[in-house]
Design a protein around this ligand. Structure first.
Ligand SMILES: Nc1ncnc2c1ncn2[C@@H]1O[C@H](COP(=O)(O)OP(=O)(O)OP(=O)(O)O)[C@@H](O)[C@H]1O
Length: 253
């Protein structure tokens, strides 16, 4: 079997005496789209923070393409090809749309801000940023301050920033939170497009998005994965119905 894109083994996290992530084993294949679902407070964001080393794990390992990430800083993990977005919009609102993406490209390549002027004329950088803006349908908005974009466009920009470094493992934390149905459909299509051929790991509460996007789903309940399977099988799993999905699907109607 080929090496998984991401492999979690015995992963645990406690805050004080509270064990929030209680022993997670999970393999996510290359180019798989994987959704993590579960009730509020189940530990989904904490799990993201463990994978990306924002939080140190209490126990267990995280491997990216077979390489143990122990001891690496978040930016080092990013440069190994894992990039994430956050639940809250995380853009520079006063900078232009174009500069937001160009800045993300610079970061991913390891330049420092003091090199800004030096590389500003770099054609490759400009072309790279334009290609991303084209992918996220914001080329025509390139010169606007990012903070003046609509909410959905800001989330699209954030997705652009997340993919800018060319990472092949993309993690999105609730990419459609707070959106109307139309905006949600728009962002779902965008995610499908920009993650083509990449590994996607996504936390999402909208079951329409999850079932539309994911090849496999993991259900996290009280810090444990109670099921990992295809959408059809997860939907039909009585354990999942009882612990989460029954209520979550009802909430959709
Ligand atoms: N830094 C922290 N210190 C202490 N407790 C924390 C910390 N971060 C998260 N927790 C606790 O861990 C639990 C899981 O939180 P987490 O945000 O990971 O859940 P979640 O599944 O992402 O929830 P939601 O769907 O509401 O975003 C919660 O009880 C939360 O209070």
């Amino acid at each position: 079997m080929s090496v998984p894109a991401l492999q979690l083994t015995g992963l645990k996290k406690s805050f004080g005496k509270a064990e929030i992530i209680r022993g997670i084993d999970l393999e996510i294949g290359r180019a798989e789209r994987h959704a993590i679902i579960g009730p509020n407070g189940a530990g989904k964001s904490t799990l993201f923070n463990l994978i990306t080393a924002r939080f140190p794990a209490t126990a267990g390992t995280v491997k990216l393409h077979g390489e143990d990430l122990a001891g690496l800083q978040p930016f080092q993990i990013n440069r190994k090809g894992l990039s994430r977005s956050f639940q809250i919009t995380n853009i520079f609102p006063k900078m232009s749309v174009f500069e937001n993406v160009r800045c993300a490209l610079l970061w991913s390549q390891g330049y420092k801000y003091s090199f800004w002027n030096l590389v500003a004329r770099s054609r490759a950088l400009t072309e790279g940023a334009e290609a991303i803006l084209d992918q996220i349908n914001l080329l025509e908005r390139r010169n606007l301050p990012a903070g003046t974009l609509s909410y959905a466009e800001q989330r699209a920009l954030e997705i652009g920033i997340t993919i800018a470094g060319g990472a092949d493992v993309i993690m999105l934390d609730e990419p459609t939170a707070g959106m109307s149905n139309t905006e949600t459909d728009y962002i779902t299509d965008l995610i499908l497009k920009v993650t083509e051929g990449k590994t996607l790991i996504m936390v999402e509460h909208d079951m329409g998005v999850v079932f539309g996007l994911a090849d496999r789903i993991s259900v996290l309940v009280y810090g444990e994965i109670i099921a990992t399977d295809t959408p059809e099988r997860v939907r039909a799993d009585p354990k999942v119905q009882e612990a989460y999905l029954g209520a979550a699907l009802e909430a959709e109607h």
